[in-house]
Design a protein. Sequence first.
Length: 246
Amino acid sequence: MTALFQAEDVHVAYGRVEAVRGVSLALEAGQIVTVIGPNGAGKTTLLAALMGLLPARGGSIRFDGVDVGALEVEDRVERGMCLVPEQRALFADMTVADNLLLGAWPHRRDRSGLRRRLDEVCSLFPQLAQRRGQSAGTLSGGEQQMLALGRALMSRPRLLLLDEPSLGLAPLVVREIFRAIIGLRARGVAILLVEQNARAALETADYGYVLETGEIALHGPAADLLRDPRLAALYLGGDADAGNGA
């Protein structure tokens, strides 16, 4: 089976400092793949390069069989890729509804589809339906993360890149966010998940990659990585109390 998304031998540098070195990974349609690792390992840099926010040096990035390495971010979005950044990048002074509508700009002429997509997002996140007229900046941290996810879904993504969706959220809210991520997989959306909470990420994902100092140190089925003693010693023990059972 041909992968929906495939990156091969990707390098990313800041000047002379190479932050990502020779990273290769792949996702199938409807699959959750996670990239875990310590702070400073290059996880966010990798996502930015895959989305086109940073230039990749060497290697290839293919989506749905097409080399997208030279495409602008907007072109990648129109093809079905979408990134939810760690900072969420919401428009705080705009309403929840307007933030959602901004996410639909690639399909803004499809009015019937737009209404249907809004209904789907509000069904997935009922809190957003209740706060449609509320300013995004007045939402709680968990609600803002839901809004960022909802806005991304308005673009009808086939591949969703998520950067630290659990960051700064209470455990109960984290569980809700990961349940939503699992629900997206059931809808056929492929998800590349970068996460600091290694246990939650591996409990949710189908396959995992461990990134250390810009390189893939380990990869395999998520269930196998959860049982790997090397990972338990480095990452999972610290997450034991924060594991969210998603």
